[in-house]
Design a protein around this ligand. Structure first.
Ligand SMILES: NC(=O)c1ccc[n+]([C@@H]2O[C@H](COP(=O)([O-])OP(=O)(O)OC[C@H]3O[C@@H](n4cnc5c(N)ncnc54)[C@H](OP(=O)(O)O)[C@@H]3O)[C@@H](O)[C@H]2O)c1
Length: 332
């Protein structure tokens, strides 16, 4: 019987259960996927802890995106058994969720994997790049030649944002918390990468921009990083609020927003799926074109068998991974 990681109680990764889960009978409206690679996202940790904005009913299978092979698909979906696909999956009971050998997804959330892309890269391709594209283009209206500052630059969303900003013709400055992570930011294309543990990023950004600051700041970290970012945002700059890996949701001094003429822009990509789903295919098309042109490449910094999910989640929680971590399933 296929196995899956099930959240039965909220808490920490060690509370997860690796269980046999009977796939539900094939329904007329879902695609069944034999998972080959499941992405690990930082928000999986929040979901295990019950602190994420999306709170599935217990018990549920963890994991939001996979790469794999179609086992069965509804007629008219354009998909058929054997197709190599990547998919966004909801955490809904014990038949959906990505940390599993078999999962199910809505046909509209399933795409064929482009030629040459591995299952692991495909599992890492959906959320981080969609988030980066919506953040930089739709929310911050990034223009070629602008300066983008990417925090958490060596992380999952950070590595994607560096590549997307470079592909859009921006000059990219990235921050990270170790020399090894700074090297990853450079590999992703950052023009300047700062180890913020050794160097004040505010001073470094000002120096690199002749005192003007960054036009767009991509912030998945929050806390002090957000507070300090307001000191190096440019005139008419935009700070994109994406998440709070630091653990602190910062308060905003609106007088400061006024006196410096900058904007704070929120982004919850998942809400586009509900409120403006017609925009997602346009983004996917743009991302496929960038992939085909060799301008974006998911950085899979950690790969391990599905059975090792707890270890990998603990590594993500303790900032040991770079790029996206992916759990793999051998073909039976
Ligand atoms: N808004 C959206 O639509 C959206 C979509 C996807 C993800 N997100 C959010 O984006 C954030 C980043 O996700 P991710 O998958 O890129 O995570 P990740 O790969 O784990 O990277 C997060 C980075 O945050 C930095 N960080 C700073 N303080 C930290 C702390 N106390 N604990 C852990 N990391 C810390 C780390 O960089 P250093 O070690 O270099 O400091 C780490 O590399 C999460 O909050 C996630 O929920 C938001």
């Amino acid at each position: 019987m296929p196995k899956a990681w099930v959240v039965r109680e909220l808490g920490t990764p060690d509370k997860l259960h690796f269980e046999d889960v009977e796939p539900s009978p094939m329904s007329d409206d879902l695609v069944r996927i034999r998972v080959r690679a499941a992405a690990v996202n930082f928000f999986d940790l929040l979901q295990i802890g019950g602190t994420y904005q999306v709170k599935p009913e217990l018990p549920f299978i963890l994991g939001a995106e996979v790469g794999g092979d179609v086992e069965a698909a509804p007629p008219g979906s354009g998909l058929s058994a054997g197709d190599r696909v990547f998919a966004l999956v909801s955490q809904d009971g014990l038949h959906r969720g990505g940390y599993a050998e078999v999962t199910h997804a809505e046909p509209g959330d399933v795409r064929k994997i482009p030629d040459g892309m591995s299952y692991e890269a495909a599992a890492a391709f959906f959320i981080n790049y969609q988030t980066g594209w919506f953040g930089l283009h739709r929310r911050a209206m990034l223009q070629p030649g602008e300066v983008v500052l990417v925090h958490g630059g060596a992380g999952g969303v950070g590595t994607a944002a560096i590549q997307l900003a470079k592909a859009a013709g921006a000059r990219v400055i990235a921050t990270a918390g170790s020399d090894a992570k700074v090297a990853v930011c450079r590999e992703m294309g950052a023009d300047l990468a700062i180890n913020y543990k050794n160097e004040d990023f505010v001073a470094a950004v000002k120096e690199a921009t002749d005192g003007k600051g960054a036009d767009v700041i991509y912030d998945p970290v929050g806390g002090d990083v957000f507070d300090r970012s307001t000191k190096c945002v440019a005139f008419e700059g935009r700070i994109i609020v994406l998440g709070f890996t630091s653990g602190r949701v910062p308060a905003i001094a609106t007088n400061h927003v006024l006196i410096k003429n900058y904007s704070i822009v929120g982004l919850h990509w998942g809400l586009y799926r509900q409120r403006a789903p017609q925009l997602i295919p346009e983004c996917t098309k743009a991302l496929f074109a960038l992939y085909a042109a060799g301008k974006i490449r998911p950085h899979v910094g950690r790969q391990a068998p599905l059975a090792d999910a707890v270890t990998v989640l603990e590594e993500v929680a303790s900032r040991k991974t770079t790029g996206k971590a992916v759990l793999t399933v051998e073909r039976a």
